[in-house]
Write a protein that binds this ligand. Structure first.
Ligand SMILES: Nc1nc2c(ncn2[C@@H]2O[C@H](COP(=O)(O)OP(=O)(O)OP(=O)(O)O)[C@@H](O)[C@H]2O)c(=O)[nH]1
Ligand SMILES: [Mg+2]
Length: 296
């Protein structure tokens, strides 16, 4: 199955409730009410839904749109525009570059790192994984399994080690081995914001000290099935960590796929990747155009 088909299949639950709205015969109040309701159900959230509805009404007015089919195309355009909040590609221009992967427990950080490592290796990059989640005993083991699957190196230490020290080792190894990209896993503990802030701050300082001119991406992972709740958590995370991009996972089979639009529109941070399954090739570079086409 191609990527677009996979995305379309993943989003089918979300898409089906929206598409029924477009079987209406007239662009009347009932149409707008139904559409608004379906966007909220798709988990775009109140704020993003209201903005989208307002924009759609203006476009319909300005262009003298008369048919439901034309309104559908206009809605796609509006939503695509709302997701245009920054570059969706990674900046990996230095050797090495660093990608820090952060997010709440269980959202799919480690899995995403495995998939991303594979994608980057396939594109010709020499990748080094850093087992920066030292909080949980099995975390480094899990990352090591992914490093084997993706055929990339890994630097790890014992459980309970200081994540900044693991990263320090990884940076030294990356320099010695001429790696192109270091991808660093982290523990996701939001229940103690201060701890988290301290830990991420320490990690950032190590990068700034050891690789002062390196390109640095901070990817915040969000579980797409958690919808608006996940978005609130993501918002808190994004305030403390200088996030440069979002990854929305578990879009396979959720009815809440619209959260991707809410994420870009409310956080004003571009979604860079989406996860559509648990396998190695289930991560795709995000493309707003294909996304709205699969959704609507
Ligand atoms: N269906 C589906 N499952 C996913 C996806 N991404 C991750 N998962 C699953 O989500 C679960 C948690 O993934 P992890 O990668 O361990 O999440 P994490 O954020 O590293 O978790 P912690 O290390 O505990 O904070 C695993 O069972 C993954 O297989 C996805 O895109 N689709
Ligand atoms: Mg993990």
């Amino acid at each position: 199955m191609g990527f677009f088909e996979k995305l379309k299949q993943g989003l089918s639950k979300t898409a089906s409730s929206i598409s029924s709205v477009f079987t209406a015969s007239e662009l009347d109040d009932e149409f707008y009410d139904d559409l608004e309701e379906s966007l909220i159900l798709a988990d775009l959230g109140m704020q993003t839904t209201e903005e989208a509805m307002g924009k759609l009404r203006s476009v319909v007015r300005e262009r003298h749109i008369k048919t439901v089919e034309e309104a559908k195309l206009a809605l796609r355009e509006v939503l695509e525009g709302m997701m245009d909040v920054g570059k969706t590609t990674l900046d990996l221009s230095t050797k090495p570059s660093v990608i820090l992967v952060i997010g709440v427990n269980g959202v799919g950080k480690t899995t995403t790192i495995g998939k991303l490592a594979n994608l980057l290796r396939e594109s010709g990059k020499k990748v080094l994984l850093c087992a920066g989640d030292t909080f949980r005993a099995a975390a480094a083991d899990q990352l090591e399994i992914w490093s084997n699957r993706a055929h990339v190196d890994i630097i790890r230490q014992h459980e309970g080690a200081d994540p900044a020290s693991v990263l320090f080792d990884a940076i030294a190894a990356a320099k010695a081995r001429s790696s192109d990209v270091i991808i660093c896993d982290t523990a996701g503990r939001l229940h103690n914001k201060q701890n988290l802030m301290n830990e991420l701050g320490k990690i950032s300082r190590i990068i700034d000290r050891e690789l002062p001119n390196a390109s640095k991406e901070v990817l915040l992972v969000l579980d797409g099935t958690t919808g608006q709740n996940g978005l609130i958590q993501a918002e808190q995370f994004s305030q403390i960590a200088g996030v440069t991009g979002m990854v929305v996972t578990k879009l396979d089979g959720t009815a809440k796929g619209g959260v991707v639009i809410a994420v870009s529109n409310t956080l004003k941070i571009p979604v860079k990747f989406v996860g559509v399954g648990e396998q190695m090739d289930d991560l795709m570079a995000f493309d707003a155009h294909s996304f709205v086409e699969a959704l609507i």
